[in-house]
Design a binder for this molecule. Sequence first.
Ligand code: KMH
Ligand code: ZN
Length: 276
Amino acid sequence: MEKLIITAAICGAEVTKEQNPAVPYTVEEIVREAKSAVDAGAAIVHLHVREDDGTPTQSKARFKECIDAIYEVCPDVIIIPSTGGAVGMSAEERLQPTELFPEMATLDCGTCNFGDDVFENTMPMMRDFGKRMIENNIKPEYECFEMGHLDTVLKMAQKGQVPGAPMQFNFVLGVPGCTPATVQNLAWLVNSIPAGSTWTATGIGRHAFTLAAHAIAMGGNVRVGFEDNLNLEKGVPAKSNGELVAKVVRIAKELGREIATSAEAREILSLPPRKK
Ligand code: KMH
Ligand code: ZN
């Protein structure tokens, strides 16, 4: 099996300090959380950014400030900025980090319920996002919250509307209103991706570590972090993203999977080495 790539989704757009005081808002806090995750074994940071008061933003300037500051302390890490932003943001707003030409960015693969909200990703929006990523030479991480999202993006790839092979998928399972985080659902998704693709599993809330264990055993990759889960175990808030990553590292060690460095992750994901 390939080495395990761990992604840390350190911030998210919806979680707050009221839920866990370690959720980062300021640039300094974002850097602190990125470093804790990378030091613990994360090869990738999935990045959302906030105003200092916690308001989610897709500001290009704020992303640049945070990305530059993270590279100062973690020069090799792969940073995947979000183009999902927060529920209710416009497509133009969400696309801003693609103007920084990151090596990767998320591309959300369909509209879905998101708790009490609707996370909108219409076909015209997704075609715009795909076009931007082709133009700016950005490798998407295809975020699938629902089974049908995979079929949607595979058809778009066939039509050349989004970047094609080798594709990287992130199966985000257990969002309230979306596909549940079961091993059966994960297996169906993994069995449906084109040969040569890579994939990551993200279990939301209490499913974080069970889905991680399934993914590790199946040869896939894992995402954890405050965006997805705030607790180390039931009733025990994580003090940092690093604690969540360290738990995945422990599970992986028990199951015999080695952990990929960022440089190894670039090779696995067919990304060129980072120019510094
Ligand atoms: N904040 C969620 C509504 C992404 O990063 O691309 C969407 C999200 C997906 O987090
Ligand atoms: Zn996200």
